[in-house]
Design a protein around this ligand. Structure first.
Ligand code: FAD
Length: 388
């Protein structure tokens, strides 16, 4: 696998073991059928408990059954999952960074004890409800709201584009608390079997097809007071979860690009035109050289992010730069790999076109490329340019 500047030399034996175990799991259990799942628009849900058993869900957290692995090990894991399919990495990112993380960081002791072991083992599935039909890039304008009543809260509103909502046992729903002054955004744990909640599946997707996406409808959904995440109030709640998930995406995108590179390189060596392998043509070598260089630069950024995170020095803006750069890189390289495969490149027999389509979602979710540009622009100039 492409590791041009020998980053392997800096890995601990535990990190190598975690990476290799994930690589083997993907090769044996997921890769053989991922093309079929993609075509059918399904996720191999039977593997969720196995993914839990393998420690794929938030292994970088401490306690409640999580092994607290290094941030590099966590990143390498995301890289191996996304080398197979962005839908597989999305499953792990949502369950770990967007559901377990907020419960771990902002939940009560009872919430942690109830949910973290079940989510970590894959016995339960969770989803993260922030985006709304009318509010995507600007979630702070959300309309979903909670009102206090005698027993707890009543939730009303609609969320859309929610990964895993149709198969979730619990949703972390972000809503405005209308009973408090200033109506702060708060996190609510909503079990999906409560009256008034619906989780319709969104079927018409051309991207991230091997991932289940849905809506969350909330119509007078009653939840008890103890389902509110007590330790956070305001947009820093959901935004801090997104920083965790974007960290995993910055690593994962490198995996998708690496898989495209490996596929294109092998194809160029095998495919013969004009009396020999197409890899002998300088035009093809230029593409491979550029791909390898861009992937290597993205790998370096991801590894540096891990060091900053481990030291407690990682800023959300660092993560924005890496998400923005690495996903754009992967999206571009997937297209070039597809091109190198000629007509075969548009078939389900090869991964680059699937990665290419998936990366359209990855480019858009967890903050679009444009929004990360604005985050960096604000950090570099001190001027926010979100509103005209
Ligand atoms: C498959 C999939 C899974 C998803 N999973 C989840 C999930 O699990 N949970 C969840 O909460 N959300 C999820 N999302 C939603 C995702 O985060 C949003 O799609 C994303 O935030 C963009 O919002 P939007 O689609 O409403 O686009 P919009 O915000 O309407 O943006 C449209 C375009 O306008 C641009 N734009 C917006 N504002 C500005 C500005 N100020 N300056 C310049 N350009 C701007 C954007 O960059 C974009 O190109 C998912 C999305 C997809 C596609």
């Amino acid at each position: 696998m492409l590791d041009y500047v020998d980053l392997e030399a800096d890995l601990s034996s535990e990190e190598k073991l975690i990476r290799d175990t994930a690589r083997e799991f993907v090769a044996d259990k997921v890769a053989p059928d991922i093309g079929e799942h993609y075509e059918a628009g399904t996720f191999p849900t039977e593997l969720i408990p196995e993914m839990g058993e393998m420690g794929f869900f938030a292994p970088n957290l401490e306690g409640y059954g999580s092994p607290n692995v290094s941030e590099t090990a966590y990143g390498l894991l995301m890289q191996e999952l996304e080398a197979c399919d962005s839908g597989l990495r999305s499953m792990a990112s949502v369950q770990g960074a967007l559901v377990m993380y907020p419960i771990h960081a902002f939940g009560s002791e009872a919430q942690k004890e109830e949910w973290l072991p079940k989510l970590g083992s894959g016995e339960a599935v969770g989803c993260f409800g922030l985006t709304e039909p009318e509010h995507g890039s600007n979630p702070s304008a959300m309309e979903t709201h909670a009102e206090r009543d005698a027993d707890g809260y009543v939730l009303n509103g609609a969320k859309t584009w929610i990964t895993n909502s149709p198969i979730s046992d619990v949703a972390v729903v972000w809503a405005r608390d209308r009973s408090s002054e200033d109506e702060p955004v708060r996190g609510f744990l909503v079990e999906t079997d409560r009256d008034g909640i619906s989780t319709n599946k969104i079927d018409e997707k051309f991207s991230l097809r091997a991932s289940i996406t849905g809506e969350i409808g909330l119509n007078d959904v009653r939840i008890p007071e103890e389902n509110v995440l007590p330790e956070v109030s305001g947009m820093k709640g959901p935004l801090s979860c997104l920083t965790q998930a974007r960290y995993g995406i910055a690593w994962g995108a490198v995996g998708a690009a690496r898989n495209c590179f490996e596929t294109a390189r092998q194809y160029a060596l095998d495919r013969e035109q004009f009396g020999g392998p197409i890899a002998r043509f300088q035009l093809q070598q230029d593409k491979l050289a550029e791909m390898a260089t861009q992937i290597t630069l993205a790998q370096l950024l991801a590894h540096r992010l891990a060091d900053l995170k481990e030291a407690g020095d990682l800023r959300p803006q660092h993560v924005s730069m890496a998400k923005r750069n690495n996903v754009r890189m992967a999206r571009n390289q997937a297209r070039i790999a597809r091109e190198m495969l000629g007509g075969n490149g548009i078939t389900a027999d090869y991964s680059p076109m699937r990665h290419m389509a998936n990366l359209e979602t990855v480019y858009t979710y967890e903050g679009t490329h444009d929004i990360h540009t604005l985050i960096l622009g604000q950090d570099l100039t001190g001027i926010a340019a979100y509103e005209a």
